[in-house]
Design a binder for this molecule. Structure first.
Ligand code: SAH
Length: 216
């Protein structure tokens, strides 16, 4: 993506985010929590994305499937809710929830973002947005990876599962967890197969003593 196109995306994104803040009395304060959550996600990710650039990619898996899955999750988890909250486009599918639902959603985001941050910190320069191996790739089995193989996905599950509690719309609320479910169930088998190919018995042993999302 060229710098000019990236700039257009950033400007449009910030404009829509401004509109979401402006329209919070219409959408409820859950929309503000959702917008803050998306900003936090980007702020946590950016420095790690920069750091991994120096570690050359040596193996990319399922390239077109990955592009499709990423596009799907970006639309369901960000674009749809952003456009709906900024414009009211999907207003026909709105529902209402009491304040406690937003409080529960915000409370779940606290441990979710701690896990999201720790998984980036523990994976360090081994992290990639898509499924790929890097030239200097170590198998991480410590920190939040000690007993869970997919702590980053566990965190993203939590972030997307609370989306319907914050964005009160059948389409823009449910699109996050539904699209992430598609990505999770398609990606995890070939991500684990790639790790098994690269790390062999060390990864097998790690699988035996860890759970996918819940600690073993
Ligand atoms: N599935 C993991 C990591 C997501 S990032 C999680 O949910 O926490 C995806 C990339 O991380 C993969 O392409 C793979 O290269 C790398 N990766 C996954 N598990 C890893 C591990 N235990 N050690 C090192 N790299 C890992």
């Amino acid at each position: 993506m060229t710098t000019a196109i990236r700039l257009v995306f950033v400007v449009v994104g910030l404009g829509l985010l401004g509109a979401v803040v402006w329209r919070w009395p219409v959408n409820g304060w859950g929309s503000l929590v959702w917008a803050a959550s998306m900003v936090l996600l980007t702020v946590i990710r950016l420095p790690y994305a920069k750091r991994t650039q120096a570690n050359t990619i040596t193996d990319k898996r399922a390239v077109s499937t990955e592009q499709l899955l990423l596009a799907l999750v970006t639309i369901g988890g960000t674009v749809l809710p952003l456009i709906h909250l900024a414009t009211g486009l999907l207003g026909f599918a709105d529902y209402s929830l009491p304040d406690w639902a937003v409080i529960v959603g915000a409370a779940v985001l606290v441990p979710a973002y701690w896990l999201f941050w720790r998984s980036h910190a523990d994976l360090g320069r081994n992290w990639s947005v898509t499924t790929e191996m890097r030239a200097e790739h170590d198998l991480v089995t410590s920190g939040v990876y000690e007993r869970i193989r997919h702590p980053m996905y566990a965190a993203i599950w939590l972030i997307f599962l609370v989306q319907p509690l914050l964005v009160h719309n059948w389409v823009a609320g449910l699109s996050g967890p539904l699209t992430f479910a598609v990505m999770y169930f398609i990606r995890v088998p070939y991500e684990e197969a790639m790790m098994r190919e690269r790390f062999g018995e060390a990864y097998e042993a790690y699988c035996r003593r860890s759970g996918r999302l819940c600690p073993r």
